[in-house]
Every structure is written in structure tokens, then in C-alpha cells.
Ligand binder design. Structure first.
Ligand SMILES: Nc1ncnc2c1ncn2[C@@H]1O[C@H](COP(=O)(O)OP(=O)(O)O)[C@@H](O)[C@H]1O
Ligand SMILES: [Mg+2]
Length: 249
């Protein structure tokens, strides 16, 4: 396994967000983590990246439990991970090219190599000709693709996407899910995609993990998940309200 979470718990403020999460992710796999808004999906990704620590439990990355590591010990492992944040998290004051080059510059790669890699990745993500644009001049779909370019340029072994299709129209959304799938096949990075969009699940997932009530309630193939008869899963997949709100029309 590339990643293995064992009984991970996390309380934020007064709320126990995760109550014992167990999850295994195989090498090169594309896993979608789904769950309702507020279920703790983003918290889970931040825990995997080591940006926050769990209250208890283990987070194994290969042979290493990340939980007891210091920031300094985590740094080389974190360099093997890529993250596409929900809002893209681009630097607004940098053009597309500089945004994408950022990590490589930080790692002091030679400028000629950086330029070559940046151009190659921008071409791959259909962003050629937009190198000099500022983030404010880009469409939503283009911003997402720049965020993808920035995350994959360092060839991560594990890549995490937080709601990559949020706010996109169906065509923009399919462009991104196609890219996520193709990049996974081309580069072989283990891929975890957090989403609550069932179309994205169908288009991306080899495995689906459903986060519910602080735990991974169910793991299975997309077919098993989408056709599940379990009431909680079914309600989520089909957007059914389990208990109608009082006064709902
Ligand atoms: N820094 C924080 N402080 C307090 N509560 C937080 C913090 N971050 C997240 N939460 C809470 O944890 C829960 C899960 O959040 P999140 O992981 O962002 O959900 P989602 O599944 O929508 O990504 C939410 O109820 C949220 O309000
Ligand atoms: Mg979230």
C-alpha cells in the first residue's frame, strides 16, 4: 500500500470530525473520497499531507508512519506529494508560467530545465499560448488546469485533488476529470480525488470511499457504490433527504 490510515481521529473546535478512519490506497490507484459537505474530506487530505496532526491513529506513507514526524522530517516525503487545493490556490501576482515553475525554482533546478518542463506541461494541459497571463485573466477551467500543472510538474508519487470540478460547467468538468485520469495513467501517481460529484466519480474512480459520520462507511468499486441499496449510501448518491425537514414544501 502507498497509503494506510489506521483509526485516525481528529477533533476541530468542539466537533469530532473524524472518529476512526481506516483507509488503504494501492499504488497507482485512483480513489475517490466522497461524502457530504462538512463530512471531513478536506480535513482528511490535510492530515495525509501532514499539514495537521491527528489526535490519534496512524498515517502510513509506504513504510513510514507520518504522525510522529517533525516538519523537518516530513519535508522530503511531502515533496513526493502533490496537492490541488479546492480554490486552486494560485499566486495572483504571478503569471501562469511562474506559478507552474514555482516548486522547481524552490528546489533550485536549473532555469533551462525549468523552462523546458513548464512548457511541456502547459502544452499537455492545453495552456500553450497562455504562459504570460495572470490568474485573474483566466477562466475557471483554465485556473484549475494551471493548478493541476503546478501540482504535477514535480512528478509527485501521490497526488491529492480537493473538489477539482467544483464550480465548473459539465464540459469544463469533463475536461478536468479526463485530465486527472490520463495523468494518472501517464505518470502512475497514486491519485486521491475528493468530490461530491457523482459524474466525477463515474469518470475517475477505480475505488470509492464514502466518508460518513466520521468514518469510512463503505469502500468499493464505483459500480457497487452507485448501485448500492444501503439506505445511507443510496441517499447520498441520489441526493435523497433521509428525513424531510419540517415545513419543507
Ligand atoms: N480549522 C478548523 N477549525 C474548526 N473547525 C473546522 C476547521 N476546519 C474544518 N472544520 C470543521 O470540520 C468539519 C469538516 O470540514 P471539511 O473537511 O472542510 O469538510 P468537507 O468534507 O466539506 O471538505 C466541518 O464541520 C468544519 O466546519
Ligand atoms: Mg472540502
Amino acid at each position: 500500500m502507498v497509503l494506510r490510515l489506521v483509526e485516525v481521529t481528529k477533533t476541530l473546535g468542539t466537533q469530532q470530525v473524524l472518529e476512526g478512519v481506516n483507509l488503504e490506497v494501492a499504488p497507482r490507484e485512483r480513489l475517490c473520497v466522497v461524502g457530504r459537505s462538512g463530512a471531513g474530506k478536506s480535513v482528511l487530505l490535510r492530515l495525509i499531507l501532514g499539514l495537521i496532526k491527528p489526535d490519534s491513529g496512524e498515517i502510513w506513507y509506504g513504510e513510514t508512519n507520518l504522525v510522529p514526524l517533525t516538519d523537518r522530517e516530513l519535508a522530503p516525503l511531502r515533496r513526493e506529494m502533490g496537492m490541488v487545493f479546492q480554490n486552486g490556490a494560485l499566486f495572483d501576482f504571478m503569471n501562469v508560467e511562474d506559478n507552474v515553475a514555482f516548486v522547481l525554482r524552490e528546489r533550485r533546478r536549473p532555469e533551462s530545465e525549468i523552462r523546458q518542463q513548464v512548457l511541456r506541461i502547459l502544452e499537455r494541459l492545453f495552456l500553450k499560448g497562455h504562459e504570460k497571463k495572470m490568474p485573474a485573466e483566466l477562466s475557471g477551467g483554465m485556473r484549475k488546469r494551471v493548478a493541476l500543472a503546478r501540482a504535477i510538474i514535480s512528478r509527485p508519487k501521490l497526488i491529492l485533488y480537493d473538489e477539482p470540478t467544483a464550480g465548473l460547467d459539465p464540459i469544463g468538468s469533463t475536461e478536468i476529470t479526463d485530465l486527472i485520469r490520463c495523468l494518472n495513467e501517464e505518470f502512475g501517481a497514486t491519485t486521491i480525488v475528493v468530490t461530491h460529484d457523482m459524474r466525477s466519480v463515474e469518470q475517475i474512480a477505480q475505488q470509492v470511499a464514502f466518508l460518513h459520520a466520521g468514518r469510512i462507511y463503505k469502500v468499493g468499486s464505483p459500480e457497487q457504490f452507485l448501485s448500492s441499496e444501503e439506505p445511507v449510501v443510496k441517499a447520498f448518491v441520489h441526493g435523497l433527504v433521509e428525513e424531510p425537514a419540517v415545513g419543507a414544501c
